[in-house]
Design a binder for this molecule. Sequence first.
Ligand SMILES: C[S@@+](CC[C@H](N)C(=O)[O-])C[C@H]1O[C@@H](n2cnc3c(N)ncnc32)[C@H](O)[C@@H]1O
Length: 293
Amino acid sequence: MSPVTTMPCNFQPAEAVHPAPEPVSPYYRRGDQLKAKHNSINMVSGRRLETWALGLAPLEAPARVLDAGCGWGRFTWPLIDTFALSSTNVTCVDSSLGMLQTALEEAHRRRHRPSFASADIQALPFPTRHFDAAMANHVLYHLSDIYSGVSELARVLKKDGWLLATTNSDHVNVPVLEFHYKALDQLGIGHDADGPSEFSMENGGEILGTGFSKVDRHYFDDVTRYTSSEQFLASYKTIGRYRNLMAREDIDSARKRKLPVLVRQQAEEVILKRGVLLSPVRMGAFVCTGPRM
Ligand SMILES: C[S@@+](CC[C@H](N)C(=O)[O-])C[C@H]1O[C@@H](n2cnc3c(N)ncnc32)[C@H](O)[C@@H]1O
């Protein structure tokens, strides 16, 4: 197990934690971009993934909850604000110090006091049977060894504990990616085709079954709606694929400037033709109980 430093929220993470490995993506070195992306999502139904998913969990206060791969705290804050969990019972871990810094600032702003730790989900620095519940939301597909991550999450849970794990479906085509890759082709920027996810709504149940005796799968189907290409562009500029490309030094600035223009043109064409651009959303959540040791 790697060392841990949990910190009350008035500590500076850079001084207080032992860094976990570098983030898998440069996009995760800071938390503000991910926060902007999440805040720009407006489902046609008015629902939010985080409150919908937390509503599925058998949450009982006062539970001690781990948010593993917490990011800027998208699921942490509704857990406290909407589901009335005491913030001091929540532990947030992430492998990115930048993410933890944003989550810490968010905690200050909301006057919450969760603990924070820099840690890798594949080697959680907590005792066995420590938490009543854990969350691993939109993170398991990043792990180099998902099975060891699942086993670690099961290990730190009490016998009657549960895990909430959200992820994307492989069975959905979203216009933003279609436009992004078409623009890359137009600019002569090479890219790999997106293969199936390492941890999706379709394959995730089997993977989680290695660590939990019961795994329930729930789909979240919705639509996001854009009525102007400016609105679509603003949302495009928050996604990891765009931000990571902009950070690349091997791509010249002329092509970087052209990329959002080409993406916006494609959105504009659809909006002019149909009056609206609808983007299907297919994601979901697994609720797992019976952690195996
Ligand atoms: C897509 S974000 C999801 C954040 C948050 N759970 C949410 O749903 O908004 C993925 C997060 O997982 C973190 N992460 C990636 N690999 C990790 C690992 N091995 N251990 C801990 N955190 C990790 C990233 O730094 C990032 O903050």
